[in-house]
Write a new protein. Structure first.
Length: 128
């Protein structure tokens, strides 16, 4: 299996999906603004979309850069959950935010683990 193609397509699809969600949020006439989490995920999605072509070409620096971006996004999610707790008073909403934050961090950690897997690393090492 060509892991670099799989990682590049997966990153591009998720990035386009997130940017589409941000566009829908931004152009929603009732809401009209992006929150901190939307900007965090939108920035990470834009970087992932830019990195998708170097990932497709099998550049190791792009894989490492994607790991760094995902780690920063995970830290941002971890920091956003307590902020959301302060901003909201309802216990059920806090439980939903906790579950959503934990599942988001779990997916980010899973994707980082896939990027650090030896088979995936081997697909991104240059053959000279």
């Amino acid at each position: 299996m060509r892991w670099n193609v799989f990682v590049a397509v997966f990153a591009a699809v998720l990035a386009l999906l997130q940017l589409g969600v941000n566009a829908l949020t931004y152009f929603d006439p009732d809401r009209g603004t992006l929150g901190y989490g939307d900007m965090l995920f939108g920035g990470a999605a834009a970087v992932a979309l830019v990195l998708s072509y170097p990932l497709l070409r099998g550049h190791n620096w792009a894989r490492v850069a994607l790991i760094v971006v995902l780690a920063c996004c995970g830290v941002g999610v971890i920091l956003l959950v307590p902020y959301s707790f302060i901003a909201n008073h309802w216990i059920y909403t806090r439980l939903v935010m906790s579950f959503d934050g934990a599942s988001t961090v779990a997916v980010i950690v899973l994707f980082i683990m896939v990027l650090r897997h030896p088979d995936v690393r081997r697909a991104f090492t240059p053959t000279v």
